[in-house]
Write a protein that binds this ligand. Sequence first.
Ligand SMILES: Cc1cc2nc3c(=O)[nH]c(=O)nc-3n(C[C@H](O)[C@H](O)[C@H](O)COP(=O)(O)O)c2cc1C
Ligand SMILES: Nc1ncnc2c1ncn2[C@@H]1O[C@H](COP(=O)(O)OP(=O)(O)OP(=O)(O)O)[C@@H](O)[C@H]1O
Length: 175
Amino acid sequence: MRVHDTESLTLSGSVVAIGAFDGVHRGHQTVIREMVRKSHLEGVPSVVYTFDPPPRAYSQGAQILTSSDEKIQRLKNLGVDHVIMAKFDENYMKRSAGDFIRELHMIHPRAVMVGNDFRFGNKRAGDVSLLKEHFTVQPVRPVCCPDGERISSTRIRELMMQGKQDQALPLLGWM
Ligand SMILES: Cc1cc2nc3c(=O)[nH]c(=O)nc-3n(C[C@H](O)[C@H](O)[C@H](O)COP(=O)(O)O)c2cc1C
Ligand SMILES: Nc1ncnc2c1ncn2[C@@H]1O[C@H](COP(=O)(O)OP(=O)(O)OP(=O)(O)O)[C@@H](O)[C@H]1O
């Protein structure tokens, strides 16, 4: 697996999953496994486009579940070919939605895997309908906890803050 800065990877075809992926929890693992499977079917490399630090940690001070090195290791274990690791800061946040789409075109995605609530670009102006004007967006079914709630980094952070490691760790799924 190779790790790249923003705007440094060009590919003639790919399948890409985009997101913070903090913790690379069981929901993330499902998305990434599905993406890797699709990349094998299509015969193109798999790419994870992610952010360091996670945007929610940068803008809202959320607890970080995995360091960037740990995240990279987990993505490698899942069989990802390329990781684009964008340094998330004030400068990056100024990039427009159109500029992000232009960067994605550099890797010619055959499918882009993001959740329905994915936002991108300055002031979170870009949404999934805009992404769909340029790419095939592949939805992913939500992976839920035993109580039926969707697994999320936010949920895991909450459980950890409450000292409920026994409930948080199975959701992370790296034991
Ligand atoms: C080019 C770009 C610019 C962004 N600018 C902002 C911003 O101005 N404000 C903000 O809160 N988030 C910004 N974000 C972060 C997104 O809102 C979002 O957190 C990120 O795409 C990760 O998606 P996820 O939170 O669904 O994992 C930006 C993301 C991208 C790709
Ligand atoms: N439980 C889940 N089931 C299926 N897909 C998921 C799940 N959690 C996250 N994803 C998907 O993984 C990608 C990255 O998500 P993201 O990093 O925003 O996760 P999150 O756990 O929802 O984070 P946060 O709680 O910080 O918002 C997105 O495409 C998102 O839709």
